[in-house]
Every structure is written in structure tokens, then in C-alpha cells.
Design a protein around this ligand. Structure first.
Ligand SMILES: [Cu+2]
Length: 314
């Protein structure tokens, strides 16, 4: 019986196999449709850009490029770009002329299609045209006390950073016209996420404040900052009760940013800044507790620092 069933199955199997083999498409039949291309993420903007390699960073995924103007998007500037595939940078060196594609999604940007086109003749840096007076300042390390800085918030109120003693104070640095989603907009996104996380937390600290300080002091007036704050609130459903945006005198902003190793510079006649990123957490005693560098940190890491900073006792 078992053998019979096996035989039947075999015959059926062979028949089945033969049946499927004998099916042919008549010549007149329409060609089967080609599979559709993978769906494009329509939220990704792309730009084709030319530039010169300035530096390859040790992470193998970051290249600093002096790039030409990207019409309607970004001024000519020198800035770091990320690749998703480190092979894109494998054969590159400083002074290489390249063209590449810049991809800008909602929360990140990266480059690909990097092609070497030649070698730039290195020229000595022309004398910096934009001279601005700065104070000689010492870098602040974790554990150092933060000096007090007079600033003005987005409601037009003057305040001093020293007023936040007794609270955890998280400070980040932005300019409102920053076009790249993984630079200033990401700092605002992380602050919005952190404020939400704290709100949902049991036993959340009440004594904390978030402070986004602009370095584009000519453009980012309290009114501009107020509008920016409204946009951030609408975009991220952020809780603004404990979040201020602030501007100040350039010499004070220079002092504050320089102490944390944040640098910003603008080519004359352009809107955008070349800049790096720093976010710092000052504890309730007024001491620098944590300096977060770059844009890879997550909101929960910031919240952990804020929780700890809020509990600091002299
Ligand atoms: Cu920026």
C-alpha cells in the first residue's frame, strides 16, 4: 500500500514536471512585464556636486570636501560628508578633484557616486578676509565651571547662563538656516526627543533646561528664533516649556563656542556656515559634566546625562 502510494506520487510528480515543462509562451504572446524598480524614497533630494578632497577622517566614512555652490541649496563651503559605503572613499586622497552625489533625506544626508576627476594644485590659504575680535579662551574640560554668559532668548528676554545653577542645563549650538538634516536640524530633533522622553519618565527631574544657542547672530534675532522654535514645536511635537533659543553678542558667542571646541566660519557673501557640532551638559552646580561631540549621540544618552546633572550637589 505504501509502495503503491509512492508510485502514484512519483507518476503524478513526473506528470506534473512534464506538464510544467511543456508550457511554452507562444511567440505572439506579450513579453512578461519587467519587474518594477525598487521604490524610490521620494523624500530623498539629490544634488550633483563638484569639489576637492581636503581630508579623509579616521572613521573611514567621513570626507571633508571643499565643494562648489549647490544652486538653490547650499553655498560653496568646506564641510564633512558621510558615505554609507566606505569603498566610495577607498582610492581618494587630499587634493583630489571629485564629483559626487549628495543625498538629503529627512533626517540624514550622505554622498555616493564619488568619482575622481583630477588633482587640484594646492594653494596657500588666502589671508582670512573676515577678521573678528575674539578673546583668548581656555578650553573647558569636563569638571570645569562654566562662566556666566549674557544672552537673549527667543521671547526677547535677557538672561545669563549662570541663572541655571540648581538645574541641569543642556546647551547645543545651531543656526536657523542650516540646510543639512544631520547638522543643526538634528540637534533640534534630539532636544525635542529628549524633552519628550523626560516628560514621559516616572520621577522625571523638574530642574532642567534646554538651550539652543545660535552663532548666526546677525540673522537669528529673537524674532527669528521665536519662529524657528514654533517650527520645531510643530515638526516634532516638542515640549517648549523648558527649552529656550538664544542669541547674544558675537564676542560672547565666540567665547562660549570656542571653549567647547566648536568652530564656525562663513565665507563672505554667503548664508551658510562651515561648522562642527557640540552639545554640552552643565550640572546643577554649574560644572561641565559632559561634552557630546558631533551628531551620532542619541536622545536617551542626553536624558541620562540630564538626570545625573540635575542631581549634582555642591
Ligand atoms: Cu548646521
Amino acid at each position: 500500500m505504501a509502495l503503491g502510494a509512492l508510485l502514484v506520487a512519483l507518476v503524478l510528480g513526473l506528470l506534473g514536471a512534464r506538464t510544467s515543462v511543456s508550457v511554452t509562451i507562444p511567440p505572439s504572446a506579450p513579453l512578461p512585464p519587467t519587474p518594477p524598480p525598487p521604490p524610490l524614497n521620494t523624500n530623498v533630494q539629490t544634488f550633483f556636486v563638484r569639489g576637492v578632497v581636503k581630508e579623509l577622517r579616521g572613521d573611514g566614512k567621513t570626507v571633508v570636501i571643499d565643494h562648489e555652490e549647490i544652486p538653490t541649496y547650499m553655498a560653496k563651503m568646506t564641510m564633512p560628508f558621510k558615505v554609507k559605503d566606505s569603498n566610495q572613499l577607498a582610492s581618494l586622497g587630499a587634493h583630489d578633484q571629485i564629483h559626487f552625489r549628495l543625498n538629503v533625506a529627512e533626517f540624514e544626508s550622505w554622498i555616493d557616486q564619488v568619482t575622481k576627476t583630477g588633482k587640484a594644485v594646492p594653494v596657500a590659504d588666502p589671508a582670512r578676509k573676515n577678521f573678528r575680535p575674539v578673546r583668548e579662551v581656555d578650553l573647558l574640560k569636563e569638571g570645569d565651571a562654566l562662566p556666566g554668559y549674557p544672552l537673549t532668548n527667543h521671547r526677547g528676554e535677557a538672561f545669563n547662563t549662570a541663572q541655571f545653577k540648581g538645574q541641569a542645563l543642556a546647551i547645543t549650538f545651531i543656526f536657523t538656516r542650516c540646510p543639512l538634516p544631520d547638522f543643526c536640524p538634528r540637534m533640534s530633533l534630539r532636544f525635542a526627543q529628549a524633552s519628550k522622553l523626560i516628560k514621559e519618565m516616572p520621577n522625571a527631574p523638574a530642574n532642567y533646561h534646554l538651550l539652543s544657542v545660535t552663532f548666526d547672530v546677525d540673522h537669528d534675532t529673537p524674532l527669528v528664533l521665536q519662529n524657528y522654535a514654533n517650527t520645531v514645536k510643530a515638526q516634532h511635537d516638542a515640549d517648549m516649556a523648558k527649552w529656550s533659543f538664544a542669541t547674544g553678542k558675537l564676542i560672547d558667542i565666540d567665547d562660549l563656542t570656542e571653549r567647547f571646541g566648536l568652530a564656525f566660519a562663513r565665507d563672505p557673501g554667503t548664508v551658510s556656515f562651515n561648522h562642527n557640532l557640540r552639545t554640552v551638559v552643565i550640572d546643577a552646580t554649574g560644572k561641565v559634566q559632559k561634552i557630546l561631540i558631533g551628531n551620532d549621540w542619541k536622545a536617551d544618552a542626553l536624558v541620562t546625562e540630564i538626570e545625573k546633572a540635575a542631581k549634582a550637589k555642591p
